[in-house]
Design a protein around this ligand. Structure first.
Ligand code: HEC
Length: 113
């Protein structure tokens, strides 16, 4: 009962549509935290290898063959690509890739096809 009274109070104290929206979001999040983390996990696993292939063919295939990366750990590849994009890893050509593109590329490259 104490918890309910508490959340009722904070709703009354909060005012303004932005804060109300934030409250709604935070209530949604606290209710759905398990679902959300499950989705985040699925999001990682569901990197789009087909999109990765398209990107690879367009940008990387000039110098690389996907088969050369076959069997490499996708997470390790992602980490390397992030370092290349960030300039911390030496690479023949500067790369500009979003996190999603990196995940897609890593999924495609680690599969090697
Ligand atoms: C102009 C040629 C060229 C292009 C284009 C290119 N690379 Fe490379 N890449 C290289 C060379 C050469 C190396 C060997 C390391 C170096 O730079 O000395 C390398 C190394 C790498 C490595 C590190 C391999 C290791 O040792 O772990 C990764 C990962 C990689 N490239 C990914 C990519 C991806 C992904 C793309 C496209 C988005 C790409 N490269 C585009 C030439 C290229």
């Amino acid at each position: 009962m104490v918890g309910r009274a508490g959340s009722g109070l904070s709703l009354t104290v909060m005012s303004g549509s932005h804060q109300e929206a934030m409250m709604k979001i935070s209530r949604l999040v606290s209710g759905g935290i398990v679902t959300l983390s499950a989705m985040a996990w699925a999001g990682t696993a569901a990197a789009d290898a087909a999109a990765g292939r398209a990107k690879f063919d367009a940008v990387c295939a000039e110098c690389h063959e996907a088969a050369d990366f076959e069997g490499e750990d996708a997470a390790a590849l992602s980490a390397s690509l992030k370092k290349i994009v960030g300039g911390q890893m030496k690479h023949k050509q500067a790369l500009k890739l979003s996190d999603a593109e990196i995940a897609d590329l890593a999924a495609y490259m680690s599969a090697g096809k």
